[in-house]
Design a protein around this ligand. Structure first.
Ligand SMILES: *Cc1c(COP(=O)(O)O)cnc(C)c1O
Length: 421
């Protein structure tokens, strides 16, 4: 249940009809449902409720400050991968004690800024980074809480671009080297070891790779404790997948994921941290677009929309599927026909779907891309000088623009022509 449903033949976001938002904001735009975000966060906290835990929302999936405030006010922690995301979390009122800093390339400046602002932990990804955190902590007179992100060498069985837990990926420290790295961490000044971190990839639709990784983490916890380290937190990363193609996908539910965590790690007495992004934000958002033209091609027709790959890059980048539905519900018995759904950007990569079965649509008709809340607006660009797509949040019968579409004057004002030209 995601609160994007037809009512009286019109797609609604909670209690607001989509055409009402389209009339106020113009297309294309993203719209998020507060009730869906809340519900998804709650599913995770409920699933982990038998254990001490913190659900840290992966900001990179959907980073609008209004969304972060909504989740932060519910008690969520945040997982950030840059100081920019850290600043977003803080702007949303989330205290440093609930922010974990992940990412394979934290700079010295980012490390210092997070230490100064307050941070729950750094998830360390390499030895040079660990030494830099130690130096920064010493020079600031602070203690930096750390976990080491281990790479468990398991195949997440997901798209190659978002698999992170195989030894050939750039992420984490090979689990076989973990004991040596923890031994070095224990000797470095300014660091406090608090636990272990693992994140094996995104859009996982099977629990088995998670279970394989978490089993290795359980073994490592015992070894590290025997070596004399205090392991009190286990950060298990994010990655639980969502059903993009509703008709034929059923990924595991958060409750099943929670049960598996209890089974594999519950006996260790650790606080569990998880970093879900997509499962909280993915189905909480849609991208609404209007039809510009319907074009007859040679042997196939094209539905040309005013949204493009710069607004939603997932199909071009990850061969991702998004369900596309008309905002005005097709009458029962309406026939569907295959059509290529494309944007106006000048490359063939700007194709959302090939030969998708859709009812006949005409210029100015509205369509919605489902499951577009995660890795949608955050990955948008202004390619082809198309203004950055706006974002809208709905709660009950209220809606608000939470990121405005920039004007062309604003876009052009960012370019500077040097005086010597
Ligand atoms: C991307 C990422 C996440 C979130 O992944 P989802 O698939 O959106 O749940 C969590 N932790 C880390 C370290 C990540 O890189």
């Amino acid at each position: 249940m995601d609160h994007f449903l037809y009512r009286d033949g019109l797609l609604h976001a909670e209690d607001v009809a989509i055409p009402e938002i389209a009339a106020a904001v113009g297309t294309p735009f993203y719209v998020y449902s507060a009730a869906t975000l809340t519900r998804h966060y709650q599913l995770f906290t409920d699933a982990l409720s038998p254990l001490p835990h913190l659900v840290c929302f992966a900001i990179k999936s959907l980073s609008n400050v209004a969304v972060l405030k909504l989740l932060g006010d519910l008690g969520a922690g945040m997982d950030v991968v840059s100081i920019g995301e850290y600043l977003r979390a803080r702007a949303a009122g989330v205290p440093g004690e609930r922010i974990v800093f992940s990412g394979v390339g934290k700079t010295r400046a980012e490390i210092r800024a997070a230490l100064e602002g307050g941070i729950r932990q750094f998830n360390v990804e390499s030895e040079p980074e660990m030494r830099a955190i130690s130096e920064a902590a010493v020079s600031l007179g602070k203690i930096a809480p750390i976990t080491v992100r281990v790479n468990p060498d398991v195949d997440a069985k997901t798209h190659a671009k978002i698999a992170t837990g195989k030894s050939e990926n750039k992420f984490g420290i090979p689990i076989a080297r973990a004991r040596a790295v923890y031994a070095e961490a224990a000797k470095l000044p300014g660091l406090k070891i608090v636990g272990i971190d693992v994140h094996i990839g995104s859009q996982l639709t099977d629990l088995a790779p998670f279970e394989a990784a978490f089993t290795k983490v359980a073994e490592l916890t015992a070894q590290l404790r025997a070596d004399g380290h205090e392991i009190s937190r286990l950060d298990l990363g994010g990655g639980l997948g969502i059903p993009y193609e509703r008709s034929n996908e059923a990924p595991p539910l958060p409750v099943e994921y929670g049960q598996m965590i209890q089974r594999t790690l519950g006996h260790l007495g650790c606080e569990i941290e998880i970093e879900p992004g997509r499962l909280i934000s993915g189905n909480a958002g849609i991208l609404v677009s209007s039809v510009i033209w319907v074009k007859e091609g040679e042997g196939r027709d094209f539905l040309i929309l005013d949204a493009a790959m710069n607004d939603l890059v997932r199909p071009a980048m990850y061969e991702a599927h998004h369900d596309i539905i008309p905002v005005v519900e097709a009458a029962p018995g309406t026939e569907n026909h295959p059509i290529d759904v494309v944007g106006p950007v000048c490359e063939t990569g700007d194709t959302f779907a090939k030969q998708r079965n859709l009812p006949a649509l005409a210029p100015d008709d509205l369509v919605a891309f489902r499951s577009a809340g995660a890795y949608g607006a955050v990955m948008a660009s202004e390619y082809n000088t198309r203004p950055l797509v706006p974002e809208v949040l709905v709660k009950g019968d209220q809606f608000a623009v939470i990121r405005e579409r920039p004007t062309f004057d604003e876009i052009l004002a960012r370019d500077k022509v040097p005086a010597w030209l």
